[in-house]
Design a protein around this ligand. Structure first.
Ligand SMILES: CC(C)(COP(=O)(O)OP(=O)(O)OC[C@H]1O[C@@H](n2cnc3c(N)ncnc32)[C@H](O)[C@@H]1OP(=O)(O)O)[C@@H](O)C(=O)NCCC(=O)NCCS
Length: 262
């Protein structure tokens, strides 16, 4: 338990001989994880540091370390937290470090989603990182391995799938669904009743009007305003958004059959 000084030695002339007053201690409860679960963050890049900060701010977990495939940072510390080894070491380190859960902090949508499935198959628990400043409607539903960054607003009846990133300050309006493994970048505004399918990337500052569908693994350019449905695997940019890349015939089905990039 942390102890801090709240005052120095004092004297009291009217109470007899001067003697030093007892120091006053205030016992302060240290910030301790409420749930006390020991977690690892998989991925120690920029997104990993953001996830670390969110977990520290939320104060629910004990962050035991990172795993990252970049051997140059093994046994070093990132923001004070050790990098214990590669992601492939997870099964061994889970036992050795007595880990309760992990979160995958990898920006690439396909890699994050594929790794999440492997982690679950290995019977390792996936946790969420939700910043305390995020405002979540009481009836919004959130899957596993989800990152919700500072200042996010998630309105009534939204459904957020597994391995989704809702990045800093994005707004998701009512009854909108965000599919597994999608990344909604900082400052994005998605209106009500939008359907974002799986693996979609919505670039920074984009806007999506109500009732639109963003197809599986589509890419929405930074700052775009989407006013109509976007096909699977298409890339759209601009205001209003225009298509700059379309999937080749049969490519959408091929993409679904490809193994996840891990
Ligand atoms: C949409 C995006 C992925 C396209 O990348 P790309 O496939 O490499 O496309 P290119 O850079 O070759 O650009 C193709 C055309 O689209 C235009 N374009 C690209 N992105 C655009 C955007 N966001 N808004 C408007 N026009 C855009 C280019 O000017 C170019 O136009 P031209 O053919 O008339 O010269 C990328 O530009 C983008 O916006 N990424 C978002 C990044 C982001 O938000 N990161 C946040 C991380 S948290």
């Amino acid at each position: 338990m942390a102890v801090c000084w709240a005052g120095g030695a004092q004297t009291c002339a009217s109470a007899g001989p001067a003697r030093p007053a007892k120091p006053i201690f205030i016992r302060m409860k240290p910030i301790e994880p409420r749930d006390g679960q020991r977690v690892l963050i998989l991925g120690a890049g920029g997104h990993g540091r953001v996830v670390l900060d969110i977990l520290l701010q939320a104060g629910r977990h004990q962050i035991v370390g990172f795993l990252d495939n970049n051997e140059a940072i093994h046994r070093r510390r990132i923001d004070g937290i050790p990098v214990h080894g590669s992601i492939g070491d997870l099964s061994y380190l889970k036992q050795a470090l007595d880990i309760d859960g992990v979160i995958i902090a990898i920006g690439d949508n396909g890699a994050r989603r594929g790794l999440a499935r492997q982690v679950e198959q290995a019977d390792i628990r996936l946790i969420n990182a939700i910043h305390p400043s995020a405002a979540l409607a009481h009836n919004a539903t959130v899957g596993r391995n989800v990152v919700i960054a500072a200042g996010v607003v998630l309105c009534a009846h939204c459904q957020i799938g597994d391995s989704v990133i809702l990045n800093t300050g994005c707004i998701i309006d009512y009854q909108t669904m965000i599919g597994e493994g999608s990344h909604i970048c900082p400052g994005v505004r998605i209106a009500g009743r939008v359907k974002v399918e799986s693996g979609v990337f919505v670039g920074i500052g984009a806007t999506v009007i109500p009732k639109v569908t963003l197809g599986c693994e589509s890419i929405i350019g930074a700052g775009s305003v989407v006013i109509e449905d976007v096909p699977s695997l298409a890339t759209v940019v601009g205001v209003p958004a225009r298509t700059i890349k379309v999937p080749a015939p049969g490519e959408d089905m091929a993409a679904m059959l490809l193994p996840a990039r891990v």
